[in-house]
Design a protein around this ligand. Structure first.
Ligand SMILES: [Zn+2]
Length: 305
C-alpha cells in the first residue's frame, strides 16, 4: 500500500508568504485546486508496518490525517523507518518533531545524514538515549537491502538507492557536490515482486533515473515546476527551475515526455510547487498531464503496488 501524506514542494500550497495567483486562489476558494502539505509518502507491505519516504515539517498533521499511522498502544507507532531522499528541510525537518523518546530508524545516505546531524545542536534531541536513532546507510549502486521493522524483523519491503541529478540542501556547503546528496529509491515488495520508484527531486535525466523509471511498476517523480522560467515570469525569483535542480515538466525537453514513455501502470507527479499551473484541476497543463497517462498527487491519494 502507498499513501500520499503530502504532495507539495517546500513551502506547501498555499505557502505562508506567497501571494501568487494559485496561493491566493486556493485560500479564497476561487480556483479549482486543493491545498497540499509538503511532500511525504507512506509505504507498507501489509498495511500494518509503515515506512515514511521523507519527513516533512507537517509530519504531525500528516500522521494524524491517516489512521494507519496512529499508535496502537500507550507509547507506540506503526512507523518502522524513515527514508530520506535528500537533506532539504522540507524532507528532514519533521525528524525533530518525532523527539518524544521513540526509537527511530533512518534510511539515508551517510552524506544526507551527516548534513542534517553534524553541527546541528537541535539533533541532540534525537540522541537523548542510546539507540534513539539507528542509521541504515544507503549506498549508491549497492544491492537492495531489507527495510526492517524496529524489532529487526523483515517487513517484506526492500530498498535500493541510486543517484538523482540534484544538489545538496540549501543550508549546506555547495562547493563540494556529491552524488549521494540527492537520491532516488526503488522499493520492492517481495510478495508481488513489484517496484515503486520514488524520485521527488531530479534536476535532469540520467542513466540511473531512466533505469529506475523503466524498472518501476509505480513511479513518483519531481513535479516541482511546469516551466523553466516559472518563478521568473511571476517576478518571484531570478532562478530557473534547473538552477534549483528541478527538471521542468512541460515543453519539448520536459519530464512529461520521459514519463509518458514509461510502462509503469501508475506515474505520478509529486513535490509540486505552489506556482505550478497543473495544480488547477481545470488548467490546460493538467489536461496535458492526464492525456499523457500521468497523474498529479494530492494529499490522501492511495495506490496499490
Ligand atoms: Zn504561491
Amino acid at each position: 500500500m502507498i499513501r500520499v501524506l503530502g504532495s507539495a514542494a517546500g513551502g506547501g500550497f498555499p505557502q505562508w508568504n506567497c501571494g501568487c495567483p494559485n496561493c491566493v486562489g486556493v485560500r479564497r476558494g476561487s480556483i479549482r485546486a486543493v491545498a497540499r502539505t509538503q511532500e511525504s509518502v507512506a509505504v507498507s507491505a501489509d498495511g500494518d508496518a509503515w515506512f515514511l519516504l521523507n519527513a516533512s515539517p507537517e509530519i504531525r498533521q500528516q500522521i494524524e490525517s491517516f489512521r494507519g499511522l496512529h499508535p496502537r498502544a500507550l507509547r507506540d507507532t506503526p512507523i518502522q523507518g524513515i527514508v530520506l531522499t535528500n537533506g532539504d528541510l522540507d524532507h528532514a525537518l519533521g525528524l525533530l518533531s518525532l523527539r518524544e523518546s521513540q526509537p527511530l530508524a533512518l534510511y539515508a545516505s551517510k552524506r544526507v545524514h551527516s548534513g542534517f546531524s553534524e553541527g546541528n545542536v537541535l539533533y541532540r534531541t534525537l540522541q537523548r538515549f542510546e539507540g534513539q536513532v539507528t542509521l541504515h546507510a544507503l549506498e549508491l549502486g549497492a544491492a537492495e537491502q531489507p527495510l526492517r521493522l524496529l524489532n529487526g524483523a523483515a517487513s517484506g519491503l526492500h530498498i535500493r538507492a541510486f543517484a538523482a541529478p540534484g544538489k545538496a540542501a540549501l543550508h549546506l556547503d555547495q562547493s563540494n557536490p556529491q552524488p549521494a546528496d540527492n537520491i532516488g529509491v526503488l522499493i520492492r515488495d517481495e510478495r508481488t515482486d513489484k517496484r515503486l520508484a520514488y524520485i521527488p527531486a531530479a534536476g535532469a535525466s540520467s542513466a540511473e533515473v531512466v533505469a529506475a523509471g523503466s524498472a518501476a511498476d509505480a513511479l513518483f517523480f519531481d513535479g516541482t515546476f511546469w516551466s523553466s522560467d516559472e518563478l521568473i515570469a511571476l517576478g518571484a525569483s531570478t532562478r530557473r527551475a534547473e538552477d534549483m535542480a528541478h527538471w521542468p515538466i512541460g515543453g519539448a525537453e520536459g519530464s512529461l515526455k520521459f514519463l509518458s514513455g514509461l510502462a509503469a501502470a501508475r506515474r505520478v507527479y509529486i513535490h509540486i510547487n505552489n506556482t505550478n499551473p497543473m495544480l488547477r484541476d481545470d488548467s490546460a497543463e493538467r489536461t496535458e498531464v492526464q492525456a499523457a497517462g500521468v497523474e498529479v498527487a494530492f494529499d490522501g491519494m492511495e495506490l496499490e503496488l
